[in-house]
Ligand binder design. Structure first.
Ligand code: BF8
Length: 680
């Protein structure tokens, strides 16, 4: 009997549950909206596509074509000798270490190549080859110059005179450019680290020689058949990570500050609700502020405003996504539209007239989403183009920067009338105060009179501030959007830990309303609340984009210099965290924090978990070598408490744990007294 063919029943497509996907109501609303329109987003793809378990553990080697060799960790773990090996004999430790330092190479090169682009524009400005970029912050120029060995004074006839600023700028530009590829010596900024840290690096032989070389050497060492010792591999990862944090990233931050202005606290708003239905919405997304600075200037010009009005809009609403958002927020107060995971959703509002992208963290699916709307998606960087045919490429060049920016803004304005009827902007946004940095922390906590980190140190010593945490990093679609960020940060400030934030954590905190001074009274422990109220700062200080993590390194160095809290960063009651990390940049940042002496906890997953010996080396033994170590904790509350336990360990070592007991008792007593008083 002939078989009756069964009709294939199409299974309903799996989709994300908006509530399970994000804690943010604007995001939940837009995920549902996307599903209603039949547009898939990263949240849906995370449900339909499972992550590779072996890759996640860091034990898949695809560095030669005999593989990929996959070395999964048995569920029960490994007892006795670990005999797993690839075709060439590479052990799980070698494979995981190679993969890990390749991640560092990816992250360090992303930050550092960004820094190089800024340095090139800086050089053009110093040479006066472009009229659009000028040195904006001469104070910062003079502060940075000595660190690059550039004199700020000249001697003439026995008299010390101030040196010409143009001359200083040119030499700063040339010296900075040199840091990427100089043939000998070591990175000049390494001496900005506390002396014991520099000496430690020197003794361990990890002082980076130049930025590019350390990254190239990672690629060489991890090639088939080269370095086969996980300790030696991570040593090279350390060199490259230091070259990122104390090199490429720090140069990017400094040169950007000199060119575009050092940020100072500024009020703005955050979340998709900052978009305006009756305005031309232009969103800049990516990382380099070189282009976005010009777009801000163009969009704020009277000419462009009038042009927008002539096309029926009430004005131009500029907004940012990812670290470009952080850059233009901290210098101009431009509102933040979205974190990394919300980028597709910004287009799904139907109100995005142009999305202008440069480099890093840009999802290729933006082009597919843009196809469903009128949105012009514009790539601008020669190294970051998209294959889809609806993407417009307008290559940005510093020599005609303003011209390019005006062209882009006009394109967005002209596109305003092409909007469909399907506009839906979620009505959620929060107020934020951002734009903190090494200089402004000094000002706010030290005052112009004192002008040092003395007050901050004083409050740490007396226990009002229990410690300081750097909580940074991405969103990751494998975990609930913003939940880890917010729970970790809230738990820390509840326990009197002052939080410094950058990147998408900064954006998440802004959306949750944690970046306002008023927040302190609601979420902070009594000590931190008192400090925030007295000096008028939020308990979470937004220090900018991911390259600006270098600001955290320098702030920590200032704390060491101010005295009373040990001699090195590793002595400080401080910890680092990236609760929802996903990018290679996060690994590079994490590693330069660790080898600068900071205990650093990551959430979601950890890419060495399949190689227990190497994993323990990172998470236990590194502390004895560098003073800092890695840790991994998925649960946000436990994650925060691991950081707090470390902070308390450091307080004890410094002999200031008793001070904190007293302060807590004082505050509790005061509360009790107040309660009793009210009862009476
Ligand atoms: O550099 S935090 S998702 S935006 S990588 Fe990307 Fe991660 Fe956001 Fe900025 Ni940083």
């Amino acid at each position: 009997m002939a078989e009756v063919k069964k009709e294939k029943v199409e299974k309903p497509k799996k989709m994300a549950d908006p509530i399970a996907a994000s804690i943010d109501p604007a995001t939940q609303q837009m995920i549902a909206r996307a599903q209603e329109l039949g547009i898939d987003t990263v949240f849906d793809r995370a449900v339909t596509m499972k992550a590779c378990n072996i890759g996640m553990q860091g034990t898949c080697c695809k560095n030669c074509s005999m593989g990929p060799c996959r070395l999964p960790l048995p569920k029960a773990g490994i007892e006795g000798e670990d005999t797993r090996k690839g075709l060439c004999g590479a052990t799980a430790n070698t494979i995981a270490a190679r993969n890990f330092i390749r991640m560092i190479a990816g992250g360090a090169s992303a930050h550092s190549d960004h820094g190089r682009c800024v340095a090139e524009v800086f050089l053009s400005a110093a040479r006066k080859e472009t009229k659009d970029y000028k040195i904006k912050d001469t104070d910062k120029l003079l502060a940075v110059a000595p660190h690059l060995g550039v004199a700020t004074t000249v001697e003439k006839d026995g008299e010390v005179l101030e040196r010409d600023l143009d001359e200083i700028a040119l030499e700063v530009a040339e010296k900075a450019m040199n840091e990427w590829g100089k043939p000998e010596g070591e990175l000049l900024y390494l001496k900005r680290a506390p002396e014991p840290l520099y000496e430690r690096w020197k003794k361990l032989g990890v002082l980076p020689r130049n930025i590019d070389r350390e990254i190239v050497e990672i690629m060489h060492r991890t090639h088939m058949g080269v370095d086969q010792d996980y300790k030696n591999l991570i040593k090279q990862g350390t060199r490259a990570a230091i070259a990122d944090g104390w090199g490429g990233s720090m140069l990017a931050t400094d040169l950007q500050d000199i060119l575009f202005g050092t940020p100072s606290p500024v009020q703005s708003e955050a979340n998709l609700g900052v978009m305006k239905e009756d305005h031309v919405n232009i969103i800049v997304h990516g990382h380099e502020p070189v282009l976005s600075e010009m777009i801000v200037a163009a969009a704020q010009s009277k000419e462009m405003h009038e042009y927008a009005v002539s096309k029926g809009a009430r004005g131009i609403q500029l907004g940012g996504i990812c670290c470009t958002a952080n850059e233009i927020l901290q210098r101009h107060g431009v509102p933040t539209v979205a974190t990394f995971l919300q980028q597709e959703l910004a287009i799904i509002t139907g109100a995005c007239d142009a999305m202008v992208v440069d480099i890093q963290c840009i999802m290729q699916n933006l082009a597919n989403v843009a196809k469903c709307f009128h949105t012009k998606l514009i790539t601008t960087h020669p190294i970051a183009r998209m294959e889809q045919d609806n993407v417009i490429h307008i290559e940005f060049d510093e020599h005609h920067a303003m011209e390019d920016a005006v062209r882009i803004v006009k394109l967005a304005i002209d596109n305003f009338e092409n909007r469909g009827a399907e506009v839906m902007i979620p009505q959620y946004k929060s107020v934020q105060v951002a734009g903190f940095g090494v200089e402004s922390i000094e000002y706010h906590l030290g005052g112009t009179f004192r002008g040092s980190y003395y007050t901050l140190n004083d409050n740490i010593i007396n226990g009002r501030i229990r410690g300081v945490a750097g909580v940074v990093g991405c969103n990751n679609a494998r975990t609930r959007h913003n939940e880890g960020h917010i729970q970790v940060v809230k738990e820390l400030i509840k326990n009197d830990v002052l939080v410094l934030t950058t990147g998408c954590n900064g954006i998440a905190c802004a959306m949750e309303g944690l970046l306002t001074p008023e927040t302190a009274q609601v979420f902070c422990g009594p000590g931190l609340a008192e400090v925030c109220e007295t000096v008028g700062i939020p308990p979470v200080l937004h220090l900018g984009s991911c390259v600006d993590n270098s600001r955290i390194l320098l702030a920590a160095t200032e704390v060491v210099k101010a005295g009373g809290l040990g001699n090195d960063i590793s002595d400080l009651p401080a910890a680092g965290s990236a609760p929802e990390w996903m990018s290679e940049k996060a690994i590079s940042i994490g590693h330069y924090f660790v080898v600068s002496g900071v205990y650093t906890v990551f959430g979601v997953t950890f890419p060495t978990s399949g190689a227990p010996v190497f994993h323990d080396y990172l998470c236990k033994e590194l502390e004895g070598i560098y003073g800092g170590m890695w840790d991994f904790e998925m649960d946000p509350i436990k994650h925060a408490h691991k950081m707090i336990a470390h902070i308390d360990k450091k307080r004890k070592a410094l002999g200031i744990d008793k001070a904190r007991d007293r302060v807590l008792m004082d505050m509790a007593d005061r509360r009790e007294m107040e309660a009793k008083y009210q009862e009476v």
